[in-house]
Design a protein around this ligand. Structure first.
Ligand SMILES: Cc1cc2nc3c(=O)[nH]c(=O)nc-3n(C[C@H](O)[C@H](O)[C@H](O)COP(=O)(O)OP(=O)(O)OC[C@H]3O[C@@H](n4cnc5c(N)ncnc54)[C@H](O)[C@@H]3O)c2cc1C
Length: 395
């Protein structure tokens, strides 16, 4: 699929909005205890995005999504500031949750849970991971310990979850649990829930390396949560399949947004290297610095091409599991190298909060873990290499 003029125009509008309106807010002190922008700050920026016609820019007014290649140019533009994705409502986990609801939700569920998300009025959370010290689901979702059982017209969910981004303050939750019901035993189910709910208790929000996602990443206890049966997303037992529907585009959209962040960090580092003098010449004229910026140039282009290639595969209707694993590894590792070089080029200034460079560095570090750590993707790719070899040798 091609990238339409409509999408390119939207990306240009988003970029202008982020650079001219959002960037001046980067030093705004309104932050929550996790260090992320407060909801008040986000809502103020959203009003400006709404007025500029760039709110939820990857979804058209009729509810249809731009294709993945088009989404890429728009989300990269929104990521030029860590605040840009929040202002434009393209941030995680809402963007992935909107995608999932748009693809799997019934008309009723969409009207009730998706519409307020697309309007940018509420936040959502995706409850899958569980505490590692209790042996719950992490890299391996099949280890899920949270259970659901049918009780008349309701399902009852019990368990513990960890790293649930935005759970504190979210209004919409997508909860995953393993069924102990005879009809769908062992399969996973996904439920939509109104938040807050007294049966979902926030136990703790740990301090983490990143600070772009409002509400932080909570550890929660789910204690006899009763959910009406018609709030199940799709069919009982199919939850892991739906998680796959969400995971490939969601991990690719992280690549898009943080590529935007690294493009901007690199601009800041290039500017520094051209203005700053050392040993009688501009930093950029020292080969050690110039080479770092040259390597950034190469890594940025490789990341962009990898995203575009994977997006094109998803646009054919493929789940793109293999391709999105390859893109996630290649892009997150390239972005880590880029962000690290930007910090280094800027010397002491690089580790201060005078610019977004240090934040981008911290965010990209976390990105190498969420939506599948690098090693897990490589491990699953290695299994494919082995399968293909066997296939080629009559196995
Ligand atoms: C900032 C952030 C936000 C998050 N937001 C959410 C959210 O909103 N909702 C949600 O449900 N989850 C969320 N997560 C959780 C995230 O998806 C998990 O952290 C991730 O899946 C890894 O699980 P784990 O932390 O339990 O690591 P573990 O499963 O304990 O793995 C630890 C390490 O072991 C290695 N490893 C594991 N398996 C293999 C393998 N097969 N081969 C080689 N090495 C391996 C990897 O290096 C991995 O990093 C978030 C995490 C972070 C850091």
């Amino acid at each position: 699929m091609t990238i339409s003029r409509e999408a390119l125009d939207m990306a240009a509008k988003v970029e202008a909005f982020v650079r001219e309106t959002v960037v001046p807010y980067e030093q705004d002190p309104r932050r929550d205890h996790h260090g992320a922008p407060t909801d008040e700050l986000v809502m103020e920026l959203r009003e400006k995005a709404r007025a500029a016609g760039v709110l939820t820019p990857h979804i058209r007014p009729d509810g249809s999504h731009f294709n993945q290649r088009e989404t890429a140019v728009i989300l990269i533009a929104s990521g030029l500031s860590p605040l840009g994705m929040l202002a434009c409502n393209t941030q995680a986990p809402d963007e992935g949750n909107m995608y999932l609801l748009g693809h799997v939700g019934s008309a009723d569920l969409k009207a009730r849970f998706l519409a307020p998300l697309v309007e940018g009025r509420v936040r959502s959370a995706f409850f899958m991971t569980e505490p590692s010290d209790e042996g719950g689901a992490g890299s391996d979702p099949s280890m899920m310990q949270t259970t659901c059982r049918r009780d008349g017209n309701h399902w009852v969910v019990n368990g513990r979850k960890a790293f649930i981004t935005g759970a504190e303050g979210a209004k919409v939750g997508i909860v995953m649990a393993k069924s102990v019901d005879p009809d769908s035993q062992g399969g996973a189910c996904m439920f939509l829930v109104d938040l807050p709910d007294p049966a979902i208790r926030i136990d703790h929000v740990p301090n983490t390396i990143d600070s772009s996602m409002p509400g932080g990443h909570a550890t929660v206890t789910i204690d006899n949560l009763r959910i009406p049966a018609d709030q199940m997303l799709g069919d009982a037992g199919e939850g892991f399949k739906y998680a796959q529907v969400r995971l490939s585009p969601a991990r690719l959209s992280h690549c898009m947004r943080w590529l935007g962040g690294c493009i901007r960090a690199n601009e800041i580092a290039v500017d520094y290297a051209n203005r700053r003098m050392a040993f009688g010449k501009q930093l950029i004229d020292h080969e050690g610095v110039g080479f770092m910026l040259a390597e950034n140039m190469i890594d940025l282009k490789q990341a962009e091409l990898m995203i575009d290639w994977c997006a094109a595969v998803l646009d054919t209707g493929s789940l793109g599991t293999v391709e999105s694993s390859m893109a996630k590894v290649a892009v997150s590792e390239a972005l880590m190298r880029i962000a690290d070089r930007c910090v280094q080029v800027m010397g002491g200034t690089g580790v201060t909060d005078k610019t977004i460079v240090e934040q981008v560095f911290r965010e990209v570090r976390a990105f190498r873990i969420y939506d599948g750590p690098t090693e897990v993707h490589k491990w699953s790719l290695a299994k494919k290499v082995k399968r293909d070899w066997r296939h080629g040798h009559g196995g």
